[in-house]
Design a protein around this ligand. Structure first.
Ligand code: AHM
Ligand code: MG
Length: 325
């Protein structure tokens, strides 16, 4: 059994020029995952369900556990000097870590609790993380392809930590009895096509016509050359993308006519998940451009997201760009 700690140390030793900063950050993220998993486990018994009565930077209701998960990440990283700044869905402004101002060379982007409307019904949730090097000028807004680490924790029937630092995708499962993550998948490869289509069709009337046609096409039996489709949608991006990582297919969160950038955020949702999926051989796209090539303009910027099996994403891109159908 290979623990996450052992995996990180082995990798550090094979890179003699390593400073240990990456190892430290992965250890902190794993600790946050364990603390949040514990909170989710006990939420119904310790009064942690429901909302705080406030809204976040995206105008969404903040749940008690959104705030608590955000606090967990901030508290853990405040004790460390590797991450200079934290950008989170739950904080309007980037948060500077005092201890790391002289030493920290990294910026951490976070969705502390993804799919938080699932909290009250015991459905899956996630945490998404992305790490960038802070630029020489102090800039933190970099294209997704420059990520140092991207990944997520999935709180489901078990708690998983999935990450990449550009050398394939590694998956760890939490053994809660001993409080350690153990390797449960390496070199994960997403099938080039798949059956699953994950999309909230309740939003169909708001999409541009070309996107409506693509999804109708899948609903009516799909392309002659491809597999027939089956619908899956949990309301948790991490859970839906994780299913596709293993089984193949597509997750879509399109832009809307009145809101062309859609709902999902580039820096701490679309980019880290695209890094993972592309490291597994899949693709992440806006329909026009690769997610990992986008140059961000704002920390909380939204983007349309089409992510999953390479040929499936390419098929949707062709349809949207008026190509063959
Ligand atoms: P959140 O990070 O505030 O929870 O929002 C992101 C979530 C995704 O996990 C999920 O795929 C999507 O929003 C669901 O949105 P909708 O209810 O519009 O389908
Ligand atoms: Mg989210």
């Amino acid at each position: 059994m290979i623990s996450l700690t052992r995996h990180i140390l082995d990798r550090q030793q094979s890179h003699p020029d390593h400073t240990g900063a990456l190892s430290a950050m992965m250890t902190h993220i794993a600790l946050c995952g364990k603390l949040i998993a514990r909170d989710l486990n006990q939420a119904g018994l310790s009064g942690l369900l429901g909302t705080t009565g406030t809204t976040n930077v995206h105008g969404e209701q903040v749940r008690t556990l959104d705030e608590r998960a955000n606090r967990t990440f901030v508290d853990v990283f405040e004790e460390s000097d590797v991450v200079r700044v934290v950008v989170s869905e739950e904080m309007e402004e980037p948060f500077a870590i005092k201890r790391a101002q002289g030493s920290g060379t990294y910026a951490l982007f976070l969705d502390p609790l993804d799919g938080s409307s699932n909290v009250d019904v015991n459905a899956p949730l996630g945490s998404i993380f992305s790490i960038h090097r802070v630029g020489a000028s102090g800039s933190i807004l970099k294209a997704g392809r420059e990520q140092v680490v991207g990944g997520y924790v999935l709180y489901g029937a078990s708690t998983l930590l999935v990450y990449t630092c550009g050398d394939g995708v590694h998956q760890f499962t939490l053994d809660s009895a001993v409080g350690e993550f153990f390797l449960s998948g390496s070199g994960i490869h997403i099938p080039p096509r798949g059956k699953i289509c994950s999309v909230n069709t309740g939003n169909q009337s708001k999409w541009p016509g070309a996107m409506r046609k693509v999804v109708e096409h899948f609903q009516m039996g799909g392309d002659e050359t491809g597999p027939s489709r089956t619908a899956r949608y949990s309301g948790c991006l991490v859970a839906d993308v994780h299913r596709i990582l293993w089984k193949g297919g597509l997750y879509l969160y399109p832009g809307e006519v009145k809101k062309p950038a859609g709902k999902l955020r580039l820096m701490y949702e679309a980019a880290p998940l695209s890094f993972v999926v592309e490291q597994a051989g899949g693709l992440g796209s806006t329909g026009e451009e690769r997610i990992l090539s986008l140059q961000p303009r704002m920390p909380h910027q939204c983007v349309p997201l089409i992510i999953g099996s390479r040929e499936d994403v390419e098929f949707v891109e062709q349809c949207l760009q008026g190509g063959s159908r």
